[in-house]
Design a protein around this ligand. Structure first.
Ligand SMILES: Nc1nc2c(ncn2[C@@H]2O[C@H](COP(=O)(O)OP(=O)(O)OP(=O)(O)O)[C@@H](O)[C@H]2O)c(=O)[nH]1
Length: 392
């Protein structure tokens, strides 16, 4: 007679598929996930949301899906405000995943939204560790792309990186973008609602140039993706012999001044080939866990009610004057009206929010800014001057 311990039962179950959703700051990851949550049908999901910046906003936005109350029982959302998820100094990822494994019977699929400044490789590697591998299997890695920004050349050309000069904001952005694409199985062209056919073809060509071995390229109109194109792809289930990893020679070694982020690509000669399901060996995905210290986020707050038009102008100007790539948060206007602020570069949207969408409702205005060496003082001064209210 055999006696099953709870642990035996845990290990006897098939591993839970995990989809990693990556993409640069503001590409539309959270919006896309929101669409997938709505289209989940009978799937029971666990979502881990990793944001760069001390205030978690995306988790609140996801919880505010139209069927929020109903969804709560079958969609578990966990904010991950602890730096970059699964990176070297992150002590929270493995325990959070083990807690999910312990609830195996209630979860069909795990979705992990990485911060816009993270590479998916850290999660991919952690999933293959001895402690997580028995419980989880990588389903696919999706990279969401802000297509108009890519077509406008805003993600630049990483090859112009200097070996001994610190990277500029543009180079740091280009390096992060290129690496996120490189490690993706599926690239999702997002924000394409206003694009013409020839622009979509251009975008596809650009992605194929940057990341020739991406397996699928999907179009997401208004951040909507067919759930069958996102979940259950099983691209990493072991099928040895059909997949090869090849290495190109390291092009050059970094100089002593070179930053960590900018140099990751130089160390990485990895490329994919083969179209069958494949697995990623630990040794095939070398990456540096450290984050480029040039990426900074800060929070500014104001107690005074804001005027919508003045604030929009001020935020647009701040993104032009300083290397600010992302702004988000909630602000309070006269009459207790609350606005959700979503800024990607100098494109700033302000939308009225219902109270249930805003966990901080009733409190002061609070905005998170993310940029490459941005000056907090300059942004605070500019906002204070242009809105006529104190921001600090
Ligand atoms: N027009 C348009 N706007 C979009 C689309 N997808 C996202 N957005 C907008 O882009 C902004 C950023 O979207 P998010 O989903 O928060 O982007 P994100 O990648 O999660 O951002 P971070 O987590 O901060 O990196 C928001 O204002 C969205 O409403 C789209 O397909 N079309």
């Amino acid at each position: 007679m055999s006696i099953n311990t709870p642990d035996d039962k845990l290990y006897a179950r098939p591993p839970i598929p995990v989809t990693v959703v990556t993409g640069f700051l503001g590409a539309g990851k959270t919006t896309l996930l929101r669409g997938l949550v709505q289209k989940r049908q009978a799937r029971r999901l666990a979502l881990l949301i990793n944001e760069f910046g001390e205030v978690a906003i995306d988790g609140d936005l996801l919880r505010a899906t139209p069927d929020g109350a109903r969804a709560k029982t079958v969609v578990q959302i966990q904010d991950f405000p602890y730096g970059l998820i699964a990176y070297g100094d992150d002590e929270h990822f493995v325990p959070a995943m083990l807690a999910i494994a312990a609830r195996r019977a209630q979860i069909d699929h795990v979705l992990i939204e990485t911060s816009g400044l993270a590479l998916p490789t850290a999660v991919m590697e952690a999933l293959q560790s001895d402690v997580l591998a028995p419980h989880f299997i990588l389903d696919a890695t999706l990279a969401v792309v802000d297509t108009p920004l890519m077509l406008a050349g805003d993600f630049g050309d990483v090859d112009v990186l200097g070996a001994d000069a610190p990277p500029t904001a543009g180079q740091a952005v280009a390096a992060m973008f290129a690496q996120q694409l490189e490690f993706a199985d599926v690239v999702v062209l997002n924000k394409i609602d206003a694009l013409q056919e020839d622009q979509l073809l251009q975008a596809e060509t650009r992605v194929r140039e940057c990341a020739p071995n991406v397996r699928f390229l999907e179009l997401a109109y208004e951040a909507q993706l067919d759930i069958r194109l996102a979940l259950g792809l099983r691209l990493h289930q072991a099928s040895q012999g059909t997949h090869q990893h090849s290495y190109t020679p390291l092009p050059r070694m970094p100089g002593p001044q070179a930053s960590v982020l900018a140099d990751q690509r130089l160390f990485n000669g990895h490329s994919h080939s083969g179209l069958a399901a494949h697995s990623h060996g630990l040794s095939t995905h070398k990456h540096f866990h450290e984050q480029d210290p040039g990426w900074l986020s800060f929070t500014l707050r104001s107690r005074a009610p804001q005027t919508e038009d003045r604030l929009r102008l001020a935020l647009t100007e701040a993104a032009r004057a300083e290397p600010i790539l992302r702004t988000k948060g909630f602000v309070r206007c006269a009459g207790a009206r609350r606005l959700l602020v979503q800024g990607v570069r100098a494109r700033v949207n302000l939308d009225s929010v219902e109270e249930h969408q805003d966990a901080q409702s009733g409190t002061a205005s609070e905005l998170v800014f993310i940029g490459y060496h941005p000056s907090r003082n300059k942004v605070a001064a500019l906002l204070s001057e242009m809105t006529g209210t104190e921001w600090q």
